[in-house]
Design a protein around this ligand. Structure first.
Ligand code: ZN
Length: 250
C-alpha cells in the first residue's frame, strides 16, 4: 500500500519518528480498533487515533449527547444535543481524517454481545464509565486473545493499564468481581483529567499497533491531578483469576 502525497503530508510529523516511519504508518492504516464508549475518554482517544491514521475505528455507545456531557466529551458540540454519540463522533472523525473508516455501534455493551462486537478488531480501547461494561470487554479480550487498554477516571484522578491476554494480568486479576450490585454513583469528572488518561490510552494503542516497546504491561499507572503526580503499581496475574487463572482450568 502506497500513501498519497496528501497522506504523506498529513502524517509527516509522526512519519519522521524513527520508530514509526512509513512501515509503522502502514500498520496504523491496516489496524481496526474497537473504542468502547464515545464519552469523556472515547472523545479524546478517538480523535487522536483517527488523526494518527488508524484505518478503521469501530466506536460503540448507546447514549445521545446531553448538556451534562459537554465539559469533557469534546468531540460533541452544543449543536449535537440529542444526537446519538456514535453519530456525532463519527461525523467529527471523518471530517478530521477522511482516510479513517468509522463504523458505529449504537448499543449497550454486555457479556452477551461483546465477543461478537469486538471479534473483528485487533485491539480494544476501554472508554467506558462503568465496571459492568469493562468486565464484558475484559471477558471478550481474554476469550479472543485481543489486547485491552484499560482506562478510568474519577474527579481529577485516573488509572490506565494495558492488558495482553496470556502475558499480563487481566482486569479481573486486578479488580476481582466481588459480586456487589451497588448502583454506581455519578462521578464528578474534570474534563482534562479524562483527557490525560485518554491521551495515554491513544499513545499505548499506537505503540502496540506499530510495535514500539515499553508498553504499560504489568503496571497500573495512576494519575493524581490534585498533587499533579503519577504513581506506578506493579500488578501480576492471579493464578486463581475467575477469567484467566491457570488454576481455574485444572
Ligand atoms: Zn485475570
Amino acid at each position: 500500500m502506497e500513501f498519497t502525497s496528501e497522506e504523506l503530508r498529513r502524517y509527516n510529523r509522526q512519519l519522521i519518528i524513527p520508530d514509526i516511519g512509513e512501515e509503522g504508518q502502514r500498520k496504523l492504516a491496516g489496524a481496526k480498533v474497537f473504542v468502547a464508549g464515545v464519552g469523556g475518554l472515547g472523545s479524546i482517544s478517538c480523535y487522536y487515533l483517527a488523526a494518527a491514521g488508524i484505518g478503521h475505528l469501530k466506536i460503540a455507545d448507546m447514549d445521545t449527547v446531553d448538556f451534562s456531557n459537554l465539559n469533557r466529551q469534546i468531540i460533541h458540540w452544543t449543536e449535537d444535543i440529542g444526537v446519538p454519540k456514535t453519530e456525532s463522533g463519527a461525523r467529527k472523525l471523518m471530517n478530521l481524517n477522511p482516510h479513517c473508516r468509522v463504523e458505529t455501534v449504537q448499543q449497550k455493551i454486555t457479556r452477551k454481545n461483546c465477543v461478537a462486537l469486538v471479534g473483528d478488531c485487533g485491539l480494544i480501547v476501554d472508554a467506558m464509565d462503568n465496571m459492568e461494561g469493562r468486565r464484558a470487554l475484559n471477558a471478550a479480550s481474554v476469550q479472543l486473545g485481543i489486547p485491552y487498554i484499560y482506562g478510568g477516571v474519577h474527579q481529577l484522578d485516573g488509572l490506565i493499564s494495558t492488558f495482553i491476554p496470556g502475558q499480563t494480568p487481566c482486569l479481573e486479576c486486578v479488580f476481582p468481581d466481588d459480586g456487589s450490585t451497588i448502583p454506581p454513583e455519578t462521578p464528578g469528572i474534570l474534563g482534562p483529567a479524562a483527557g490525560v488518561i485518554a491521551c495515554l490510552q491513544a499513545i499505548e494503542a499506537i505503540k502496540w499497533i506499530v510495535g514500539i516497546q515499553g508498553l504499560l504491561t504489568g503496571r497500573l499507572l495512576s494519575f493524581y491531578g490534585y498533587d499533579m503526580t503519577f504513581r506506578e503499581f506493579r500488578i501480576s496475574r492471579n493464578p486463581d483469576c475467575a477469567l484467566c487463572g491457570q488454576r481455574r482450568s485444572e
